[in-house]
Design a protein around this ligand. Sequence first.
Ligand SMILES: [Zn+2]
Length: 452
Amino acid sequence: MTNLQASRRTVLGATAAAMAFPVFATTPPTTLLRGADTVLTMAGVPLTDTDILVREGQIVAMGRALDAPGATVIDLSGHIVLPGLVDTHWHMWNTAARGLWRSAKGSFAPTMAAISPLFSPSDAAIGVELALAEAVNGGITTVHNWAHNSRSLAHVEAEIAAMLSSGVRGRFAYGYAQDTPPDRPMDLGHLATLARRPPSTLVSLGICARGPDRSETDVWRAEWAVARRLGLPISTHMASDAMAAAKGGIASLAAADGLGPDVQLVHLTAATQREMEVVARRGSPVSISPWTELEVGYGVPPIADMVAAGLTLGLSVDNMVLAGSADIFSVMRLTTDLARGIARDASVVTDEMALRWATVDGARGLGLKAIGTLAPGQRADIIAVRTDAINITPAADPFSLLTHAARPENVALVMIDGVLHKAGGHLLRVNIAQLQERAEQSIKALRARASL
Ligand SMILES: [Zn+2]
């Protein structure tokens, strides 16, 4: 622990001043994760009593009783080991407004409309930092930061800097400001500037657009054209509720060649079976966030129908204003059980399927092939869940334990690209008290200015 704390200070100290984007720079040690009871590789049958050797951020060997002279050895007996969890759609900028979905201004939409124009670059960055710390705590190693309050280049750069300095893997999705009218595109000039210097090997760039449901035809078509010219993936909320679905946006996208593996659709709560089949055929991945889809009144996500349509699914927490906590374990639990309850059939979705959506399928939907499974040659995004806590013992089927018993506090170890971020149940690279203090000051000042 002493060495880790020392290296943390070095990392944070070295990154602060030197460059515009404070890149997370640390050399991952050679680490032997020793003797995990169960390893869910998500690429084959579960392994038992297995070691994983990680060198220079990569898994180089997996097996029993591996020999690794000089490696830092971490004992993982009593743990289930699996790939880091992947969140596929998360508005991180407003994390400090956790739970603020009702106010004197009304419900979610008017409350956020009152407060979002007041966010400074620093407020947005604090939200991202808070979200990333909570992500790591709960075993999420890859995020899709859906920055739909991109108010200026300074806001965008502050959010990207927060991602880079965290060392968490992810995509930054450049977007629009919350109050951008539907007939005005996002600032595409800034997008071209950013695309000329991709952030890092851990953080990539994409766009989040309002699409046919929330912007005019000329606007979304222009945004699609620029993103594709720059080679950037696109994400958009689609058919979120019945009113949005009635606009026929999926057909508009299909007709304009606006779907494909580079275009992620979020929600599809009110999409028809035929529309979901079109989306599946064109290869667009889909992100669902069942907790917020219920809470905001979009409806009940048609999960079994999505499976039947052949969609590539990923899970998400969406935002902390509504969701409250970044707990992908609870998202998996809700996702499986909603599907079973709606279908009145416990077999329509398995626990293993939900874990695939939260790992390998979520990663593939974001275009990431080097993570999401555990195998030699893959990047080392690995988490370990303790199985001796009161809520998760005795151990039974590991997929059921992870989807129906585990909670963020059971995540004992988190490794991203070979670097430890959580060990012994403690976050290693975040000053939590200082971050909480900054977040509290940020939201307090914003609420005062918005008269909330
Ligand atoms: Zn969203």
